[in-house]
Design a protein around this ligand. Structure first.
Ligand SMILES: [Fe+2]
Ligand SMILES: [Fe+2]
Length: 212
C-alpha cells in the first residue's frame, strides 16, 4: 500500500474515501432492496451523487486542473454518463423494472470512483498542501444549501461504519466553524440511534462541546 502524508490524506479523505464508500454502500443496498426501496431511497441517492459530482466539477477538479492540466480529464465522460443515467432513473414512471439499469449505473459508478481514488486523489495530494485542500473543503458549505446538508449528513453517517464516522467527525470538529457544528451534529444524530451517536461522541467529544 502506498503511504500518504497523513495530513494530506485526512484532507482529501472525506470527499474521495468516505463519501465514495457511502455512495457504493447505499447503491448496493438499494439494488438489493427491490422496487419499494428503489422508489423510496433512490431519489435521495441521486441528489447526493449529483451534488458530489457538482462539487468535483465546480470546486475540486478546476483547482487541480490549474496546477496539473489533464489530471481530471478521465472523469468527464463518466460524470456525464452517470448523471444522465441516474437522472433518467429518477424521472422514470414507477412500475418499470429498474434493476438492469441500476446495475449498469453501479458498474459505471464503481469503476469511476476507483479511478478517482487511484488517480485524482493522489494528484490532489501531490499538487496541494493540506491547508489548501482544507480551504477548498471549507467552500463546500457555500455550494450546499442547508436543506441539502440536513439530508446528506444523516445519510452519510448511516452508510459508513463506526470507524469511518469517527474519522469524518474528527475532520468536521477541526474544519467546521464552532458556531455551525451544533446544527450539523443535530442533523447527524438524527440519522443514528442513541447507542451509535453515544459511541461517536465518546470518541470525538468535540462534537458536543459547543452544543446548545
Ligand atoms: Fe466523480
Ligand atoms: Fe467522487
Amino acid at each position: 500500500m502506498v503511504r500518504y502524508d497523513p495530513e494530506k490524506y485526512a484532507a482529501v479523505a472525506d470527499n474521495f474515501v468516505y463519501v465514495h464508500r457511502a455512495l457504493r454502500r447505499d447503491l448496493s443496498r438499494i439494488i438489493e432492496g427491490g422496487a419499494e426501496l428503489f422508489e423510496r431511497d433512490f431519489p435521495r441517492f441521486a441528489r447526493i451523487l449529483a451534488k458530489h459530482t457538482e462539487l468535483e466539477d465546480s470546486l475540486f477538479f478546476p483547482a487541480l486542473e490549474e496546477r496539473a492540466p489533464g489530471s481530471t480529464t478521465m472523469t468527464t465522460a463518466p460524470h456525464q454518463e452517470i448523471e444522465s443515467l441516474a437522472a433518467a432513473l429518477v424521472a422514470e414512471d414507477s412500475g418499470g423494472d429498474p434493476s438492469e439499469r441500476l446495475r449498469a449505473l453501479q458498474e459505471l459508478l464503481v469503476a469511476h470512483l476507483r479511478e478517482e481514488e487511484e488517480l485524482v486523489m493522489p494528484a490532489m495530494m501531490e499538487h496541494f498542501e493540506a491547508a489548501e485542500i482544507w480551504a477548498l473543503d471549507g467552500r463546500i458549505m457555500e455550494l450546499c444549501p442547508p436543506e441539502f446538508m440536513q439530508e446528506m449528513l444523516p445519510w452519510w453517517f448511516t452508510h459508513i461504519d463506526a470507524e469511518d464516522r469517527v474519522a469524518v467527525a474528527q475532520n468536521m470538529a477541526v474544519g467546521v466553524p464552532s458556531e455551525v457544528l451544533p446544527v450539523l451534529c443535530q442533523w447527524i444524530s438524527a440519522g443514528l440511534d442513541e447507542a451509535e451517536w453515544g459511541a461517536l461522541v465518546a470518541r470525538v467529544p468535540a462534537l458536543t462541546s459547543g452544543a446548545v
